[in-house]
Each structure stands twice: as structure tokens, then as C-alpha cells.
Design a protein around this ligand. Structure first.
Ligand code: HXC
Length: 260
């Protein structure tokens, strides 16, 4: 299952948190469809292993920089260097996220702040850092942020992530309005639970919630990283040119069910 070969030829993309999980599926898909891709994440060992796997498994060369989306100046430097290396930034995927389960009454200020800083402030920092490059994108820059359908509900044990992911959706709405004049489209994707990701292992499987969650997915199964990557390609390529300020649920129909 794929898009036309070379559909992203001539495009350059940055994926934050692109070394692991959903991010790495997005990188593989963008790269195999012709985009030049750069990734930023905190851990050098993850980056090196991922870049080797992208080359060995998919034959794609991926540029990388270590960086923390919480650090606006550091992210700006990383994006500028990557843009030089991959030929600009047409597509920004704000994927880096942090999360853990903790009841709100026990959540420390630092725990709250840490997740808000990674998820929400990190998305803001990435958008600002990419802006000068996105403005120069010849077919209109694309920003796609990873949110979650859980942000539409109360999310017991994840007040920090729920607030941040809701905030990301509103940030995309505002940016779509403000930066439309630059030809920039800003959208978000709400993944359902995706097999084999560290987040789902820790937040669902290790909490003993796999059966309960699966029961509430109308299509009856967890998704795959490639399902999210396909939505990113749609929004990144010419096919998505008139879509801005929108959210796409890729969740087996579960946005109308409660997970927990
Ligand atoms: C309570 C916790 C905690 C836990 C951390 N903290 N883990 N509190 N329960 N399990 C608190 C710490 O005690 C500390 O507060 C504060 O949070 C910061 O912790 P650090 O470890 O110093 O932070 P840091 O090293 O920056 O790590 C960030 C992190 C970590 C978010 C805490 O888990 C991380 O790096 N995760 C990255 C990967 C990740 O989470 N991916 C999953 C995304 S899944 P104090 O007060 O003690 O100083 C996702 C969607 C899943 O987003 C959707 C499923 C449906």
C-alpha cells in the first residue's frame, strides 16, 4: 500500500523525534517517497541506530542533529543546519513528545512542566524555528503536528499530556490562520494506539489496559506506524494543498469511543 513513487521528490522534511516510534515510520515513508529528511532528537545513540536502519532497510540517507525541542535556540540552530544539508524545509512534522502516567493529585510541578515543555512548547519552538524556511517552500510549507484523540476528553493520569495535546491542536488552528498568507498549511493528526511504540507499551500495555482499549476500537485492532505516515504524506504532498487548520483521526474509528 503506497502513494505514487517519487510523490515527494524535491521536498525536504524535518521530523522531530524521528529516531523512534511513530516518528521513525514517518521518516521511512517520507524518505522512500523521495523527500530529503532530517531528524532531531535528544539521544545520539537512538539517532545513530535509526539512521543506520533507514539506510539498511530502506536505502535512504537521513540527516540528523541531536537537539531538545524544549531549547528554542538549540532547535533553531539544528533546523538551520539541517535545512542547509537537505535543501530547505518544505515539511515540518512536530512529533517529539513525552508522557507518563501519574494521577494529577500526585503530579509534581516539574512533572507537569516537563511534559508541557516537550509537547506544547516544543511544538511552538519547532514551528518558529522552521518558519523562515517554510516561508521559502515553493509549493507552500506544511506543518503537521502529532496530537491525540485523547486530548478531546479528560485523560485520567495524563493531565499534562492531555492539556499539551489540546494546546497543540489550538496552536495549529491559530498558525493556519496567521501563516496562511505565507502559503503555509498547518494541520494535526490524532493517532489511535499504534503497535510497537514505547508510548503505547508504557501507557496502555504495562497498565494492563490492552484488552479494554482494543474493545473500544471499532476496527478492533491497534494501528501501525505506517497508517500515521500515510496521513502525513497526504497532508505533505500536493494532495493536501487545500487542507489547513484541520485534524485527521487515524485511529480505527475510536475517536467516538472512550479508550479508558
Ligand atoms: C511521576 C514522573 C514520572 C512518572 C517522570 N516524572 N516520570 N512523575 N511518574 N512515571 C517526573 C520526575 O519525577 C520529574 O519531576 C519530572 O517528571 C521530570 O522528569 P525527568 O526524568 O527529569 O524528565 P526528562 O529526563 O526530561 O524526561 C521526560 C519524560 C520521559 C517525559 C519524563 O518520560 C521521557 O523522556 N519520555 C520520552 C518518550 C516518551 O514519553 N514517549 C511517549 C510519548 S507517548 P520531579 O518533581 O521529581 O523533579 C504519547 C502519546 C501516547 O505522547 C498515547 C497513548 C494512547
Amino acid at each position: 500500500m503506497s502513494f505514487a513513487e517519487g510523490i515527494l521528490n524535491g521536498k525536504s522534511a524535518i521530523v522531530t523525534g524521528g529516531a523512534t516510534g511513530i516518528g521513525s515510520s514517518i521518516v521511512r515513508k517520507l524518505g522512500t517517497l523521495g523527500a530529503k529528511v532530517g531528524i532531531v532528537s535528544r539521544k545520539e545513540e537512538n539517532l545513530i541506530a535509526a539512521v543506520r536502519a533507514f539506510k539498511e532497510d530502506d536505502g535512504i540517507d537521513v540527516a540528523w542533529r541531536t537537539g531538545d525541542v524544549r531549547d528554542p535556540d538549540g532547535i533553531k540552530n539544528s533546523f538551520d543546519e539541517l535545512a542547509d544539508e537537505i535543501g530547505g524545509i518544505d515539511i515540518l512534522v512536530c512529533n517529539a513528545a513525552g508522557n507518563f502516567i501519574c494521577p494529577t493529585e500526585e503530579l509534581s510541578w516539574n512533572g507537569w512542566r516537563t511534559v508541557i515543555e516537550i509537547d506544547l512548547n516544543g511544538t511552538f519552538n519547532s514551528c518558529q524555528a522552521a518558519l523562515i524556511h517554510l516561508k521559502a517552500a515553493k509549493d507552500g510549507g506544511r506543518i503537521i503536528s502529532i496530537s491525540t484523540g485523547q486530548a478531546e476528553f479528560g485523560w485520567p493520569g495524563a493531565a499534562h499530556a492531555g492539556a499539551a495535546k489540546s494546546g497543540i491542536q489550538n496552536l495549529m488552528k491559530t498558525i493556519s490562520v496567521e501563516w496562511g498568507k505565507y502559503g503555509i498549511r498547518a494541520n494535526w493528526v490524532n493517532p489511535g494506539p499504534i503497535k510497537g511504540t514505547e508510548g503505547v507499551d508504557r501507557l496502555i500495555i504495562q497498565q494492563g489496559l490492552e484488552k479494554q482499549v482494543t474493545k473500544n476500537i471499532p476496527l478492533g485492532t491497534f494501528g501501525e506506524g505506517e497508517d500515521i505516515a500515510n496521513a502525513i504524506v497526504y497532508l505533505s504532498s500536493d494532495t493536501g494543498r487545500y487542507v489547513s487548520g484541520a485534524g485527521i483521526a487515524v485511529d480505527g474509528g475510536s475517536q467516538w469511543q472512550r479508550f479508558l
